[in-house]
Ligand binder design. Structure first.
Ligand code: FAD
Length: 440
């Protein structure tokens, strides 16, 4: 098959290097990644994906799969190969009676929330609207409703996949188990189905702390989530202000009936609080509290799961966030308390951890690449003594060793994943990801 035949075979379109839309089509979230694919196949369904696989095999091209383009590793784009671009497959369908949403391969969380909130329903997803539903789910999924309803992948109940061999597969229980964290290793998901929960209003917003109060507020955040009920999710972001002094932003999301939840009072009265944006609001508003410009900044992320956040680690992080001498980006601390502990139908090992702590270097000047990358690595190294359960695939860069991927599952689950990889992708065609090599 040549390019003209591929173009005719697709219901979608082919974008080539000389086409006017090429530079936009090859752009991902992370400006650190700048690659030039030979062909971008903008697919509209399973038949298009199968045709793209056949074209790549026939022409000896490597493949990348693009959903929302957010993965910091930049796995969604490659030099000289073929991109299976799902970004035109966006229409989420909701069956309100069955409480199921069907999300096509390229839908984003904004697409998903808009469709499900119209029926007063949710699933726990990502906190930035342009992030891909499928990419996030296949790596786990932590967000504003994790304590209430579990990881995003815990709510995955069905999937349609196209394998590199061109078969269209409706996932059975074993494949669903693998998809809950095993990434894009087994095929291209043209549709994922999710369980939905009724929810329209939350008590949430941003709590911002500066000055001497930051350390105490950080410790209060830790203590509040340790005792938090399942109806309170909470994340924290440590950064610096213009004077390069630490700033802490705590982002609670409470779904109980109270309008002034008792569980949040310690945080809302902590010294150093300079802005209390917490109030009753529609869930859709909570989902737009945090945003990040697409394709503009350079990113390098590295982190660890931990079982505790002792004062010693709090002090390490407060020191690290000012260590660069310029704004380094953030340290994100996501609590995994509550519902993630109730599920075990997934390959993931890290759900037993207390927190996911991630150094997220963000900058725009290419001359500062080495400095920021070193900051993220050194900050993650400072967390390392408390690390458990490997790394979080959704935030990993491409340079992570396979041991970190393996450790996120544990040896037994990893071997089971490798056996499934051999069944669905024996040639490891889908290897531009947090890779699970097929069992030998
Ligand atoms: C600004 C920002 C906010 C984020 N917020 C959150 C958050 O709140 N919670 C969280 O858990 N993570 C979050 N993430 C991380 C995010 O979940 C991962 O980076 C995820 O991989 C992004 O998926 P994507 O489809 O957007 O990315 P892409 O780069 O398009 O895809 C990443 C990889 O996922 C696989 N993939 C994607 N779609 C498919 C598909 N349909 N079929 C098969 N494989 C597929 C492919 O291997 C692909 O290379 C965030 C990332 C960013 C940059």
């Amino acid at each position: 098959m040549d390019v003209a035949e591929l173009t005719r075979a697709l219901a979608g379109e082919v974008v080539l290097p000389d086409d006017p839309g090429y530079d936009v089509a090859r752009r991902g979230f992370n400006a650190l990644v700048d690659r030039r694919p030979a062909v971008i196949a903008r697919c509209l369904g399973a038949a298009d994906v199968a045709a793209a696989f056949a074209f790549a095999a026939g022409n000896g091209l490597e493949i990348a799969v693009r959903g929302g383009g957010h993965n910091p590793a930049g796995h969604c784009v490659l030099d000289d190969g073929l991109v299976i671009d799902l970004s035109r497959m966006r229409t989420v369908k909701v069956d309100a009676d069955a409480r199921i949403a069907r999300a096509p391969g390229g839908s984003t969380w904004l697409d998903f929330d808009t469709a499900t909130q119209a029926a007063g329903l949710v699933t726990p997803g990502g906190i930035v609207g342009s992030t891909g539903v499928c990419g996030l789910t296949l790596g786990g999924g932590i967000g504003h409703l994790t304590a209430q309803f579990g990881l995003t992948c815990d709510n995955l109940v069905g999937a349609e996949l196209v394998t590199p061999g061109g078969s269209v597969v409706e996932a059975d229980e074993e494949l669903l188990w693998a998809l809950r964290g095993g990434g894009g290793n087994f095929g291209v998901a043209t549709r994922l189905d999710f369980r939905l929960h009724p929810l329209e209003r939350v008590v949430g917003g941003l709590l911002t702390y500066t000055g001497k109060g930051v350390r105490d507020a950080f410790r209060t955040f830790r203590d509040v989530v340790a005792d938090a009920p399942q109806d309170l999710s909470c994340q924290a972001v440590l950064g610096v202000d213009e004077a390069l002094a630490p700033v802490l932003v705590v982002i609670p999301c409470y779904t109980g009936t109270a309008s002034d939840p008792e569980e949040l009072r310690a945080l809302r009265s902590a010294p150093g609080l300079i802005d209390d944006g917490v109030r009753e609001r529609p869930f859709a508003e909570q989902q737009s509290l945090v945003d990040s410009p697409y394709g503009e900044n350079r990113h390098y992320w590295k982190g660890h799961f931990v079982n505790e956040l002792p004062d010693e680690l709090v002090d390490e992080l407060l020191g690290r966030v000012v260590a660069l001498g310029r704004p380094p980006g953030d340290v994100l601390i996501e609590s995994l308390h509550g519902a993630p502990k109730d599920f075990d139908e997934s390959a993931l090992g890290y759900r037993t951890a207390a927190f996911n702590v991630s150094a997220m270097a963000t900058w725009d000047d290419p001359a500062l690449d080495a400095e920021h990358i070193a900051w993220a690595r050194e900050t993650a190294a400072a967390v390392q003594p408390w690390a458990v359960s490997g790394g979080y695939a959704n935030y990993m860069q491409a340079d992570e060793p396979i041991e970190r991927v393996r450790a996120a599952f544990g040896a037994e689950a990893f071997e089971r994943l490798q056996a499934l990889k051999r069944r669905y992708d024996p040639g490891n065609v889908l290897r531009r990801n947090q890779n699970i090599p097929p069992l030998a």
